[in-house]
Design a protein around this ligand. Structure first.
Ligand code: RTP
Ligand code: MG
Length: 136
């Protein structure tokens, strides 16, 4: 069954020139791009996107980080795309992420972990709508 997920190349990934690397990896896997936009998030969109973490001690830093420069928002499609992209991304903490994953290969700090991928069908539906409200 085809599924859609929201992928972000976070501001650290864009600043480090890793956009092509991320897109190459997901296309090589067989996932397909449906939408793409380079944009700098407003505080409001960032706080909505990460609302589940509102009470966490790192929330303020996370919002500063994710609004701190342009990011690349992607909608990606394919069979079990949500799980497939999370597997490509690797564990949240890049030091624990397996080498061969995006985080495992390119990052060292938990906040600056290069990519985001929706974590469930409910999150994907909410996040795709937040970033691309006009997508059919
Ligand atoms: P994401 O939502 O960005 O795809 O990452 P995730 O599911 O793997 O991890 P999640 O628990 O949802 O955390 C969201 C993002 O917050 C930052 N973070 N910082 N300083 C910290 O302890 C900490 N913990 C998480 C990371 O950027 C993480 O991806
Ligand atoms: Mg998450």
């Amino acid at each position: 069954m085809t599924e859609r997920t929201l992928v972000l190349v976070k501001p650290d990934g864009v600043a480090r020139g890793l956009v092509g690397e991320v897109i190459t990896r997901l296309e090589r896997k067989g996932l397909r791009l449906v939408a793409a936009e380079l944009r700098t998030l407003s505080r409001e969109v960032a706080e909505t996107h990460y609302a589940e973490h509102r009470e966490r001690p790192f929330f303020g830093d996370l919002v500063e980080f994710i609004t701190g420069g342009p990011l690349l928002a992607l909608v990606v499609e394919g069979p079990r795309a949500i799980e497939a992209f999370r597997a490509l991304a690797g564990a949240t903490d890049p030091v624990k992420a397996t080498p061969g994953t995006i985080r495992g290969d390119f990052a060292l700090e938990v906040q600056n972990n290069i990519v985001h991928g929706s974590d469930s069908p409910e999150s994907a539906a909410r996040e795709v709508k937040l970033f691309f409200p006009d997508l059919g």
